[in-house]
Structure formats: structure tokens, C-alpha cells
Design a protein around this ligand. Structure first.
Ligand SMILES: NC(=O)c1ccc[n+]([C@@H]2O[C@H](COP(=O)([O-])OP(=O)(O)OC[C@H]3O[C@@H](n4cnc5c(N)ncnc54)[C@H](OP(=O)(O)O)[C@@H]3O)[C@@H](O)[C@H]2O)c1
Length: 335
């Protein structure tokens, strides 16, 4: 049987396990041009929270009763598509289910000899590409500049910080626990980091850790931290708006201070981006990320829970900050 996690109801605030349902249906059969994929790892990501709301966005909302969307790594069980063979390890947008049929569009083959296959959902996957293009194309960091990263111990943040270090920057991270702060500084080589949950005055802390101001702010979080970070941006600073996770579970958007005058004074740029806008350059990004990973220049921790029935719990835990690095759900071993 195909086990699927569907959307049972739209969440109000932080999702609850009862917002999801575990459903079963017969394993689908691929038609001409299609493949049947058995899931090995599922990705749980913050953007899925947005897709659970019935609002217009860059992607349509998930309907009630539909399978949760998401990236996955799986193995081809049956192929009616000449581009894929039985046994191939692939990455694609297969959703939260143990089996999926796909026409192969947007599906890439993974070489299991190059790196653990789960890395196709982390360092050599969407989070790695988000950090790579977001930081380098939107942030354009220069050696010696100060780069601030919020949500720094997560999948995207931890990668963005390491890429900034590779580019010779001074990197400051913000994360939600002392263990995460130790991980950033002790294991990933950030120059400094602080725990926003135990810091009362963000502005004071940021000023202490960024004495020369902030040249690039890679923002995954938004909210009060961003309000204070913007007070410290330098002339010609670049603010990369990657995510605003502090706002995703709010029923009403928070009102913030009016900071646009700071952009005038500092002649700074704030730019939002979606990783998909760089789709035609993914091959380049993946090549570079794979090389850095092989040379040990970028590391990622993968937080793995087992079993599709635990995907909702893993997703909720990620929104609560229980993960360090990339949150994944392991479904099965490759055959
Ligand atoms: N623009 C794009 O194309 C794109 C693509 C991928 C991801 N993103 C965005 O990038 C960000 C990170 O995504 P990810 O996949 O790497 O997830 P992640 O950072 O691995 O996991 C989410 C983290 O967010 C932090 N968090 C949760 N609630 C928070 C709050 N109220 N205030 C501050 N931090 C909070 C938690 O860490 P703490 O313990 O530190 O709180 C949690 O571990 C998200 O905002 C996501 O939407 C954007």
C-alpha cells in the first residue's frame, strides 16, 4: 500500500498533528512515460507552512485531503520512461508519500557513490542552492565584510554562513539555543553567534558582535531581530530576504517599525528572492556545492526521524526549532 500524509484541516497558528491524516491507497501504476518511485527520504521545509494556508502566493495552496507537497529522494521501482531505469536513485517533488508516480519532469538522478543520498535534500539540494544563490547573487559578499545570518543553525542558514566564510567574510549567526550557538562557532567556523531566546536586547548584542556594522544581512527569520539588524546596516549594505519564519504561524502580520529611511541614509538594498529564480543555474550551484562538500569546506548536520507517520511531528518540530541543520524523514533503505 502507498502511505500518504494528507492535509486534514488548515492549521490555526502552529500546526498540530491532528491537522494531518495518514491515509493509505493502492500503490499507483506508472503509464507510458512515467516512473514509480519508492520514497527513501522526505524533506520537511518551512515553505510548506505557507502552502497549508488558503491564500494566494507564488504556489497554489494544498487542498484539504491532498497529499502534502515536498521534495524527496527515492528509488525507481518501475520505469516506463527511457531516461530512468529500475534502481536509479532520484530526487524530485514527490510529496509526503511512500510511493509516487512521476512523468520525470523536474526529477534528477543522484549518484549514490558521490555522497550520502540524503544530501540531495540538504547541502546538494534546495537548501544548499538557496544559500548559494541567495548569498552570492543577492548578498554579493566581499572579503572582509561582516555578514549576519538569522536562522543560522538551520539548513539554509548554516550553509549561507559557511559560504560567507569561504568568501573571506566575518560571519555572525543568530540561533535559538546555546547548543546551536556552540555548533555554529565550534563546528562551522562562524566568528560569533548568539542565542536570541536568551538575549533581551538584540540591538546591544548585534552592536557588540558587529562593531563595524553589517554589510550583508541574510535574513531567514524577520520580526524584531530584523528590525534591530537594520539599524546597523552599513552604506551600500545588501539585505537578502530569504525567509521570515517568525511570521509564518501568525494569524495577523506583526506591525514593525518604519525603517525605510535607514535605506536612504545607507543607500542600501533589500531584496527578496526565491531559489527557483536561479533554476537555469542549478547545475553550476550543485557542482560548486559538491566540490566544497567533498573538500570538507561545507558541512551540514542532518536531523533524521524515521517513519512517514512521524513526518508531521518532524515538520512541527522544525517550525519550533528542534532541528539543527536539515530536518529529514527517513522512509526506507535503498534496495
Ligand atoms: N527564498 C527561498 O527560496 C527559500 C528557500 C528555502 C528556505 N527559505 C527560507 O529559509 C528559512 C530557513 O529554512 P530552512 O529550510 O533552512 O529551515 P531551518 O532553518 O532548518 O528550520 C527552521 C528554523 O527556523 C527557526 N525558527 C523557527 N521559528 C522561529 C522564530 N519565531 N524566530 C526565529 N527563528 C525561528 C528555528 O531555529 P531556532 O532554534 O534558531 O529558532 C528552526 O530550526 C525559512 O524562513 C524558509 O522559509 C527560503
Amino acid at each position: 500500500m502507498n502511505k500518504q500524509i494528507t492535509l486534514a484541516q488548515r492549521p490555526n497558528g502552529l500546526p498540530k498533528e491532528s491537522d494531518f491524516r495518514l491515509a493509505e491507497s493502492p500503490v499507483p501504476t506508472p503509464s507510458a512515460g512515467e516512473i514509480l518511485v519508492r520514497a527513501l527520504y522526505l524533506s520537511v521545509d518551512p515553505y510548506m507552512r505557507g502552502r497549508m494556508n488558503d491564500v494566494k502566493s507564488y504556489a497554489p495552496p494544498i487542498k484539504i485531503g491532498e497529499v502534502m507537497v515536498g521534495g524527496a529522494v527515492g528509488q525507481v521501482m518501475e520505469s516506463q520512461n527511457p531516461k530512468f531505469q529500475k534502481g536509479d536513485i532520484v530526487e524530485g517533488f514527490f510529496g509526503w508519500q511512500t510511493h509516487a508516480v512521476s512523468d520525470g519532469k523536474g526529477v534528477r538522478k543522484i549518484d549514490p557513490n558521490l555522497a550520502p543520498i540524503s544530501t540531495a535534500l540538504s547541502v546538494m539540494g534546495m537548501p544548499g542552492l538557496t544559500a548559494y544563490f541567495g548569498l552570492l547573487e543577492i548578498g554579493k559578499p566581499l572579503a572582509g565584510e561582516t555578514v549576519l545570518i538569522s536562522g543560522a543553525a538551520g539548513a539554509v542558514g548554516s550553509m549561507a554562513g559557511q559560504i560567507a566564510k569561504i568568501n573571506g567574510c566575518r560571519v555572525i549567526g543568530v540561533a535559538g539555543s546555546d547548543e546551536k550557538v556552540d555548533y555554529l562557532v565550534g563546528e562551522l567556523g562562524f566568528d560569533a553567534a548568539f542565542n536570541y531566546k536568551t538575549t533581551e536586547d538584540y540591538f546591544k548584542k548585534l552592536k557588540e558582535l558587529c562593531p563595524d556594522g553589517i554589510d550583508v544581512y541574510f535574513d531567514n527569520v524577520g520580526g524584531a531581530l530584523t528590525d534591530d539588524a537594520l539599524k546597523l546596516i552599513n552604506v551600500r549594505a545588501r539585505v537578502c530576504v530569504c525567509g521570515q519564519i517568525s511570521q509564518y504561524n501568525l494569524a495577523k502580520p506583526e506591525m514593525g517599525p518604519r525603517f525605510l529611511w535607514k535605506l536612504i541614509e545607507r543607500r542600501a538594498r533589500v531584496e527578496g528572492f526565491l531559489v527557483f529564480q536561479f533554476a537555469d543555474r542549478y547545475a553550476e550551484g550543485l557542482r560548486q556545492l559538491a566540490e566544497w562538500h567533498k573538500d570538507g569546506k561545507v558541512k551540514i548536520r542532518e536531523d533524521i526521524v524515521e517513519g512517514i507517520e512521524n513526518a508531521p511531528r518532524a515538520f512541527i518540530g522544525m517550525l519550533e526549532g528542534r532541528n539543527t541543520g536539515k530536518q529529514l524523514v527517513k522512509i526506507a533503505e535503498a534496495g
